[in-house]
Design a protein around this ligand. Sequence first.
Ligand code: EPU
Length: 422
Amino acid sequence: MDKLIVHGGATLHGSINISGSKNASLPILAATLLTGDPCIIRRVPDVSDTNYMIQILSALGAEVERSSGTVRITCGEISDVAPYDLVRRMRASICVMGPLLARKGRAVVSLPGGCVIGDRPVDLHLRGLEALGAKVEVEGGNILLTAKDGLRGAEIDLRGTHGPTVLGTDNVMMAATLADGITIIESAAAEPEVLDLANFLNSMGAKISGAGTRRIVIEGVKELHGVEHTVIPDRIEAGTFMAAAAIAGEGVRLNRVSREHLKAITSAIEESGHRVEFNEAGDSCVIHRGEQTRGVDLVTAPYPGYPTDMQAQMTALLATTPGISVIKDTIFPQRFMHCAELKRMGADIKVDAGTAVVRGVASLSAAPVMASDLRASAALLLAALKAKGSTEISRLYHIDRGYEHIDEKLLMLGANVERVKG
Ligand code: EPU
């Protein structure tokens, strides 16, 4: 298993390009199941989660070619059973469920297991697909969905106790594109990744309006066709590098970003005393590290609120920011595994009932730490950039799930990091 050794103290400078969004790519790749025509998708990040999704599609019968960020997929003859050993590796594989059901009238997908960031049920996905007319059975750890006479449009409210569901909205939206009649999703997720999927589906011939808002209307069509699409920039990767630049940078520039998608993250970074300067087009920014920094209070919320996927990285930044910061995760209240590891590096953090109280310390010191999930590992990496000494981060496969060539990008910015093959 690979490890990352981070020798703290280097100043980051220069510029990098942000990759295409992992969380937009995954449902878009799954959506290619809705047509037998070839689809070409550009800027798909080379991370293990997109590789798993491509493996699942291949196992379902798709023909896939991939070269430097461009994926060409043709889902000609496909099976309706997603193989367990691939599906179990990635929770996001649940988003093949909607398109398989719509295309084949039947889908067998294994029930996703537990997840370190908290209990992640799929009740809302199933409720939505049931409302479209699917029969749902759970048997032997598998979800079996059938719609012998096809799906039909319906009005569905997808709000759960923790707010809207991103992949649940994606699943129902994808299934509804081929349903008979009109579907209205209320309390839909409004994340930019949902909008990117809707744009992809609309170019395939779907009739979706309102994506990016809490109410999505889908008029079912008979069939969808092949399309070419470029995935939006990864706002979480951009946010992670913004935090890295605020911790250890001097005028770091990030290219291929979207100012619009980064509003909440930019506000949080600026509130803590740093400055983010965008170009006029809003697709490139420079992070100026502040001299007078201060703690902030953050509450994660569905888009356009502050993203849960940037909670751990901001905690790492605030660990060495003077003052007290209070960070509450309303979406995944158990997503604080990184705090125990940050404490081993000298951070002063108390976690209770979905809230972390961080007292900024002057500096952190290196320690062997273990990545527990994707964003937690990014937080450890950020903390290590300025910590005294060399931090060894094990279980690096977590970070490789969602950050494209992160060690290479950090090296380009002047960080002193080494990947040790193990
Ligand atoms: N929820 C339910 N029932 C459901 C589905 C979700 O109660 O049927 C709850 C969840 O437990 C959670 C909340 O609703 O408390 C929101 O979860 P959501 O369904 O939106 O999460 P997701 O769609 O499974 C996506 C991202 C996650 C990101 C969340 C929240 C992808 C592939 N994954 O997951 O990304 O944290 O939305 O924004 O898009 C990551 O990239 O590190 C990551 C975990």
